[in-house]
Design a protein around this ligand. Structure first.
Ligand SMILES: C[C@H](O)[C@H](O)[C@H]1CNc2nc(N)[nH]c(=O)c2N1
Ligand SMILES: N[C@@H](Cc1ccccc1)C(=O)O
Ligand SMILES: [Fe+2]
Length: 276
């Protein structure tokens, strides 16, 4: 067991987590059900994303050439990411603390949770699983402009104070996770949190949610919940705007957002967790 695997097994045993444990070569032995879940998700999403996701995403998906009948091994993903933008994946057991998250992004490593959702949560689940990280995020990480924004974001987060990090999380949430973009072909999805959820892929472009033109300070002021279909999405005028943003003074925008206070949330507060 390498040190990181020992860490994984420690987390898995402590929280009874669903994470699959890699062997010393990093290979993960997925179960038949895991592979069947991946296959169902791939078939469902491949039939749904045409006309709904941006071209940059489709280009990345083609480059990744993901298997349709089984959960891919991360070494295969890393080969394509490395060749296109120098990124690679980092196996994590589940949601990780901000410190680790920002440190990974700053070093061009993307956290990939080593578990996959159960058949009951197929259309939507509240935590990021391996389908979310690979099918949702990795295609866009083959796009140099988008990859540069993500690495810059990680570096900013690493240097930020705990309060600034809470604001930065909103910017990530409203772009990398749940961002929309206007294109000559129409309004399209680029946020990985939408693309990995069959349910949210339909919801995001329906007339149910609010669509707001992207403004970084407004996004920094917008509270969100991680456990519901988003009631509001920010729309970029062009993906280039996100790339340009990584060359602007984002931390001064964080200060402006702090000074102006938060927007009223459009959602009900999360139900208090029943006392365990
Ligand atoms: C900053 C971001 O919104 C979010 O809070 C972070 C925290 N930890 C994470 N951990 C994992 N595994 N994957 C993620 O996308 C994130 N996102
Ligand atoms: N809701 C996403 C997973 C996700 C959870 C939390 C944050 C971002 C994405 C899905 O079902 O695929
Ligand atoms: Fe994500």
């Amino acid at each position: 067991m390498t040190s990181s695997n020992a860490h994984l097994s420690d987390v898995a045993s402590k929280t009874g987590y669903r994470a699959r444990l890699p062997d010393d070569s990093g290979h993960i032995a997925w179960s038949e059900q895991d592979n069947a879940t991946w296959q169902t998700l791939m078939q469902r999403q491949l039939g749904m994303i045409e006309g709904r996701v941006c071209q940059e995403y489709l280009d990345g998906l083609e480059r990744l050439a993901l298997p349709e009948d089984r959960v891919p091994q991360l070494a295969d993903i890393d080969r394509v990411l490395k060749a296109s933008t120098g990124w690679e994946t980092a196996q994590v057991p589940a949601l990780i603390p901000f410190d680790t998250f920002f440190a990974l992004l700053a070093s061009q490593r993307f956290p990939v949770a080593t578990f996959i959702r159960t058949p009951e949560e197929l259309d939507y689940l509240k935590e990021p699983d391996i389908f979310h990280e690979i099918f949702g995020h990795c295609p866009m990480l083959t796009n140099p402009a988008f990859a540069e924004f993500t690495a810059t974001y990680g570096r900013l987060g690493l240097a930020a104070s705990p309060k600034e990090r809470i604001y930065l999380a909103r910017l990530y949430w409203m772009t990398v996770e749940f961002g929309l973009v206007d294109t000559p072909a129409g309004r399209r999805i680029y946020g990985g949190g939408i693309i990995s959820s069959p349910k949210e892929t339909l919801h995001a472009l329906s007339d149910a949610p609010v669509h707001v033109p992207f403004d970084p300070v407004e996004a920094l002021r917008t509270p969100y919940r991680i456990d519901i279909l988003q009631p509001l999405y920010y729309v970029l005028d062009d993906l280039k705007t996100l790339h340009d943003l990584s060359h602007k003074d984002i931390m001064s925008m964080v200060q402006q957002a702090m000074a102006q206070g938060l927007h009223e949330p459009l959602f009900e507060p999360a139900p208090k967790r029943a006392k365990a």
